[in-house]
Ligand binder design. Structure first.
Ligand SMILES: *[C@@H]1O[C@H](CO)[C@@H](O)[C@H](O)[C@H]1NC(C)=O
Ligand SMILES: *[C@@H]1O[C@H](CO)[C@@H](O)[C@H](O)[C@H]1NC(C)=O
Length: 403
């Protein structure tokens, strides 16, 4: 074999390795998804190598995607867009230009990115917020909370909480001509986690007069205790958010010490005090039959996890909204939960749907059979997934009808 053909062989093996991802059969646009997946995996591998060589933290490399995608706040004929701060927390504001005198609805939006990356200025999030503002003639507040590894739990939560609380003051709502009875919080992925946590905490906050009308949780992460759910098992290597990356994000939310992530890999990270909380995330009880199929429940090991004890945040409902009892769920507002079949976080969302229903909270559950994690983001060029547009339209229509 000549040198040239050897090079060609190696090059094609590399391309094949990168492009090949297990794409489920019912996914539309499989090539776009494969390409997307290859981009994400390449960046992930570069991050691994850079970290091993001591050149950069893993998340600093992943942050490159966020930075490349970042846009300036650009107003257009329908919306005024500005970057500002609410009580010290950065936010991007979208204010509709139409019908300036009438009272408007408002959406507080919390972006995803595993508490470590992402930003409201990203092209995809900017587009989603703009679209929401336009279609609903609503004020959108997209929160730019601080990220790990520089900041850990509870900073991310507190930033979103602070910005939300600031916005919900009567004089501030007045200033933006927002109807206090028509405010929503929404978030995707880690943003769904923060949105769910904020909604729960607001209910019991004595300083709050104005409560949220609805919440929309888009493929949210909702618990820290059981990282061996059927959805984690089935979607371990799915594009966009493989289990390994999810565990890195989740552990990084609490600490940069990698031993927490290593314990999470074998589901042995939770401290003994967690045993009375396991019932809240017992998928054997909370998942409908079809999602349990072929899986046998095993109890997460919690006898001697020293590492888990170091991070009490793991058991804090502000990090894991599923870990509260029914009494804390009762008065939650109408909730929209979006879950995707090929997503490690699928069962977090489904368990919350079951728990909320049991507690008497009205819930709309939209389960997408043909989508991977992050689907809402892939509606801007060059990565357009047909399913993404469909899901965005359904979500915005739901907001429009219920807010
Ligand atoms: C989980 O639920 C199953 C089925 O109801 C039950 O057998 C098991 O003991 C429960 N485990 C825990 C830790 O709650
Ligand atoms: C924004 O998203 C919508 C659908 O979600 C899409 O139709 C539109 O093309 C996107 N706009 C831009 C500028 O990418």
């Amino acid at each position: 074999m000549g040198k040239k053909s050897l090079c060609l062989l190696i090059a094609s093996l590399l391309v094949a390795y990168y492009l090949y991802s297990p794409i489920p059969e019912n996914i539309e646009d499989p090539w776009t998804l494969m390409f997307l997946s290859a981009v994400f995996r390449t960046v992930g591998h570069v991050a691994d190598i850079a970290e091993k060589l001591g050149l950069a933290h893993h998340m600093d490399v992943l942050m490159v995607i966020t930075n490349v995608e970042s846009t300036a706040p650009v107003s257009d004929e329908k919306t005024t867009v500005t970057d500002t701060a609410f009580n010290g927390v950065s936010v991007r504001l979208y204010i509709p230009k139409g019908r300036p005198e009438s009272l408007k609805r408002a959406v507080i939006f919390v972006h995803g990115g595993g508490w470590c990356v992402g930003g409201s200025a990203m092209k995809s999030y900017d587009n989603l917020s703009r679209l929401t503002s336009e279609k609903l003639n609503a004020v959108v507040v997209s929160v730019e909370y601080r990220l790990a590894p520089k900041y850990h739990f509870p900073v991310q939560f507190e930033d979103v909480y602070t910005a939300t609380k600031y916005f919900l003051q009567s004089n501030v709502l007045d200033q933006y001509k927002v109807d206090p009875s028509r405010v929503c919080i929404a978030g995707d992925s880690a943003g769904g986690n923060l949105a769910a946590a904020v909604t729960q905490q607001l209910l019991h906050d004595p300083d709050i007069d104005v409560q949220l009308k609805i919440q929309a949780l888009l493929y949210p992460a909702l618990q820290t205790l059981d990282l061996d759910l059927p959805s984690y098992r089935d979607n371990k290597d799915m594009p966009i958010l493989p289990k390994s990356l999810m565990l890195r994000f989740l552990s990084e939310y609490f600490t940069t010490d990698l031993s927490l992530m290593e314990a999470m890999e074998t589901n042995q990270h939770i401290p003994p005090e967690a045993s009375n909380l396991l019932k809240f995330v017992n998928w054997s009880n909370w998942l409908p039959e079809r999602f349990k199929k072929g899986h046998i429940y095993t109890i997460p090991k919690h006898e001697n996890s020293k590492i888990g004890q170091k991070y009490p945040g793991l058991l804090d409902p502000r990090a894991a909204p599923l870990l509260v009892d029914d009494v804390k769920l009762h008065r939650l507002p109408l909730t929209y939960v979006l879950t995707c079949q090929y997503d490690v976080l699928r069962d977090d969302g489904i368990m919350y749907v079951s728990r909320l229903r049991e507690a008497g909270v009205p819930v709309i559950h939209e389960h997408v059979e043909d989508a991977v994690h992050g689907i809402l983001l892939f509606t801007t060029s060059p990565f357009i997934l047909t399913a993404g547009e469909r899901v965005v339209n359904n979500y915005i229509e739901w907001l429009n009808n219920n807010l």
